[in-house]
Design a protein around this ligand. Structure first.
Ligand SMILES: [Fe+2]
Length: 235
């Protein structure tokens, strides 16, 4: 399995504090059946994780996984927070963050928690024009998407993908997030799932997510998600 959203790098954001816990997370992921992880530290006003730091941490962790015989491949990525349009424009021009996928065709573009960024459609359009497809992480955890699902549907119609977090499906985030995540699956507004793991408690748990998707929408839908995750990481 492929996890496209995981805070597994040590001491870089609010993920694991040290390499020991990163290795433990990788072992949990391996035992769950995960073989590829895109490391997506926050890129935001409060976590300014420059590309070179991410690259160094990925190399450090990958070396340790080889030493510990944990067969998981780590890729460099970012979870970019849409602080505002200027923030995105500035850091896009300076190439300060990583896109997702072998050909950099996707961006994990997170909303702020306080409220919907009204400039989102304009930002999305600017990425789409350059052949980059935004993936919206955990929309089910944002109150404004739950209160106004049409905001999310409009972004999907525009060309965005959505990523639901396994912890939300399991009800570990909130009851509201759980029920909205199930609604997204039932209405075919969920394109992929990911763990958004941060440590060994908020851990990599993708197989449980696939179990729930299969229960709600059937094996074919689960296969669609697996296919999309491959497309994201390979293209
Ligand atoms: Fe995240």
């Amino acid at each position: 399995m492929i996890d496209i959203h995981c805070h597994i790098l040590p001491g870089i954001d609010d993920g694991p504090p040290d390499i020991r816990e990163s290795i433990e997370m990788a072992q949990i992921a391996y035992d769950d059946g995960i073989r590829h992880i895109i490391a997506t530290p926050h890129f935001s006003a409060d976590h300014y994780t420059h590309r070179q730091r991410v690259r160094d941490k990925v190399d450090e962790l990958q070396n340790q996984l080889h030493l510990h015989n944990i067969d998981v491949t780590i890729y460099a990525g970012h979870e970019v927070r849409l602080e505002n349009a200027d923030f995105i424009k500035e850091h896009t021009l300076s190439e300060n963050f990583f896109y997702l996928g072998a050909a950099c065709k996707f961006i994990l573009l997170e909303q702020v928690w306080e409220g919907y960024c009204k400039e989102t459609p304009e930002i999305v359009e600017s990425f789409l024009k350059r052949g980059i497809r935004p993936i919206i992480p955990h929309p089910e955890r944002h109150f404004f998407f739950r209160d106004h699902p049409q905001l999310l549907v409009n972004l999907i119609d525009q060309g965005c993908l959505t990523q639901v977090s396994v912890d939300s499906l399991l009800g570990k985030n909130s009851e509201e997030a759980r029920s909205f995540s199930h609604w997204l699956i039932e209405n075919d507004y969920m394109h992929v799932i990911a763990t958004d793991a941060h440590n060994v408690r908020r851990k990599p748990n993708l197989s449980e997510g696939f179990r729930i998707v299969t229960e709600i929408a059937g094996e074919e839908r689960a296969d669609e998600i697996r296919w999309r995750l491959e497309q994201i990481i390979m293209s």
